[in-house]
Write a protein that binds this ligand. Sequence first.
Ligand code: SF4
Length: 84
Amino acid sequence: MLKKTVKVDNRLRYRIELDHDLCQGHSVCIAEAPALFSLNESNASYDQIQLITSEIDEEQSEAAFRAQKYCPNGVIRVLPIEDS
Ligand code: SF4
């Protein structure tokens, strides 16, 4: 079946995925997109990063794509939301 990209108010929507198992807490993502990623205090060996929101609009996508590009571990994916 052909999938369609979802547009809200004629804008594209994206979903951010973060593989927590491979994240090593560099915080580059926070530097690139502070409105989308935050630090979660924990006793783990690496700082824990959490997504502030996993669904974003076109306006927020530029920062999200920068975080994806510069994440040293390549654990961030920014994907267009599609109709199923
Ligand atoms: S830059 Fe990548 S590896 Fe580093 S904290 Fe952010 S998501 Fe995790």
